[in-house]
Design a protein around this ligand. Structure first.
Ligand code: GLU
Length: 494
């Protein structure tokens, strides 16, 4: 028998902007599909109109594109199982619910929300939804067939519920958790068709996974409790369930699930768009999320998306929760930046420079990028930490001033400014030579000039090679900055 073509779907609900947990699920779906030469399918699960957020789908599409997780089939690409938005497939689900009713696997229920609340109040929140309780209420299991027919004829509001077995266990294999066994009695008679005629997530999800020939369901652990219901549906409809894999939770660095509230408190973004806006590189975010639950079986950490697709497998996804660390993500970002071309960083930097009104030519930007590219964590650092490459400093780091602007600084800096003003060739070697000669002449260590000069031209006391920085700025600008520092900074008495 030939192995079926692997088809993995990512099935987000557009109920809010795309978060990193969702991106990790999408990534693992993508990697599983690509590693097997299969298809990555995007299906938008938008049957819950009450929680629908109008621009959430676009946000999901933008984030997937930004990170390079391009679906083979989806609402934009189309495909053999179009449409890929459940709201456009609503006509498909009803017949399966009817089939389940005819087989005795589902039933009409007429209980009102008020009656359900009353039960919940008297018997505790969990009680109301178990099968045993439901069967004491107004539904096709407690009413006669003619009573049911009458209620339906009168258009009495109703839902269709799954009939769970009264006894026994529901078992299924999960690729990450191995065997899962759940007593049937603990499962509620899930609503399959709501009173507005729309299917619930459970019915639509199972029907679509079957119709779209999905071979693998990879999703977050929070969907594990729903799986026994889905297994019952597959069984009742006579379908083979896909391979299931539930990904471990992402934990906050402070412990507990990385919820939006939790993350916000710790200053950690949760939305993918926030990472993008904060200047993280998609390659780094993807690489980091790949490692947040999966391991390659070696010490290697840096991977491109393509490399990940070449070695990903579900058996290396751990079952224990993974702790999110923004520091580790920063590490990935720094290391991915090192692999980028200067041209790419330059292109990314340009909009920020334009926004700041900085007017320099391309060669200058290129040289500036070259100077600091090995020191930055994000491209945006160039516009914050290294803004002095484009603008003269207006403030001087206090610690730097205290430590480096000694009583002889104004004299030494002025002397140095004067000498470099006379240079005909303004190169790294020449500015260094002049500085060392001046130090010797004045009987001081070179550092005694290097540090205050750096402070004067950059406003800080750390940075890239001072001589290269001076050459980049050009001698006129250097002299201007040194003179300005001399007049702006008080003369210390040491
Ligand atoms: N629509 C569900 C969600 O919003 C998908 C769960 C699944 O993958 O089955 O995450």
């Amino acid at each position: 028998m030939s192995t079926p073509h692997v088809r993995v779907r990512f099935a987000p609900s557009p109920t809010g902007y795309f978060h990193i947990g969702g991106l990790r699920t999408a990534l693992y779906c993508f990697l599983l599909a690509r590693s097997a030469g299969g298809s990555f399918i995007l299906r938008i699960e938008d049957t819950d109109r009450g929680r629908f957020v109008a621009d959430a789908e676009q946000d999901i599409l933008d984030c997937l594109e930004w990170t390079g997780l391009c679906p083979n089939e989806g609402p934009v690409q189309g495909g053999p199982h179009a449409p890929y938005r459940q709201s456009e497939r609503s006509h498909l689900y009803r017949s399966y619910a009817d089939q389940l009713i005819a087989q005795g696997n589902a039933y009409y229920a007429f209980d009102t929300p008020g009656e359900l609340t009353a039960i919940r109040t008297s018997e505790g929140p969990a009680a109301a939804y178990t099968g045993a309780t439901m069967r004491t209420m107004r539904n096709a299991l407690t009413l006669t067939q003619s009573e049911v027919d009458d209620l339906l004829d009168q258009n009495t509001p109703h839902v269709i519920r799954l009939r769970t077995p009264d006894s026994g266990d529901i078992q299924f294999r999960d690729e990450i958790r191995t065997n899962v066994v759940v007593p049937a009695q603990s499962i509620d008679d899930q609503i399959l068709i709501k009173s507005d005629g729309m299917p619930t997530y459970h019915l639509a999800n199972v029907v679509d996974d079957h119709l779209m020939e999905v071979t693998h369901v990879v999703r977050g652990e929070e969907w594990l409790p729903s799986t026994p219901k889905h297994i019952l549906l597959y069984k009742a409809l006579g379908w083979e369930p896909p391979t299931m894999a539930h990904l471990p939770l992402i934990l906050s660095p402070a412990g507990g699930k990385l919820s939006k509230r939790h993350a916000t408190k710790l200053g950690i973004p949760v939305l993918v768009r926030e990472y993008r806006e904060a200047g993280y590189e998609p390659e780094a975010l993807i690489n980091y999320l790949a490692m947040l639950g999966w391991n390659p079986g070696s010490d290697r950490e840096l991977y491109t998306l393509q490399e990940l697709a070449g070695c990903f497998s579900l058996d290396r996804v751990g079952s224990s929760a993974a702790q999110f660390s923004i520091n580790k993500l920063d590490w990935f970002n720094t290391n991915h930046l090192r692999r980028f071309s200067k041209a790419r960083i330059q292109t990314q930097l340009q909009p920020g420079l334009t926004e700041l009104g900085v007017q320099v030519n391309e060669d200058y930007v290129k040289a500036a990028v070259n100077l600091v590219m090995d020191r930055i964590q994000r491209v945006s650092d160039i516009l914050t930490e290294y803004l002095y490459l484009f603008r003269a400093p207006t403030v001087y780091d206090e610690t730097g001033v205290r430590k480096r602007w000694k009583s002889d600084a104004p004299i030494l800096v002025a002397a140095y400014a004067e000498r470099i003003g006379k240079l005909t060739s303004f190169t790294d070697g020449a500015v260094e030579e002049v500085l060392r000669a001046l130090a010797k002449e004045k009987g001081v260590g070179a550092g005694r000039i290097i540090h205050p000069v750096r402070l004067a031209v950059s406003g800080t006391f750390k940075g890239p090679s001072l001589f290269s920085l001076l050459v980049l700025l050009g001698h006129e600008e250097c002299i201007r900055r040194m003179q300005r520092a001399i007049s702006a900074l008080p003369v210390p008495c040491d």
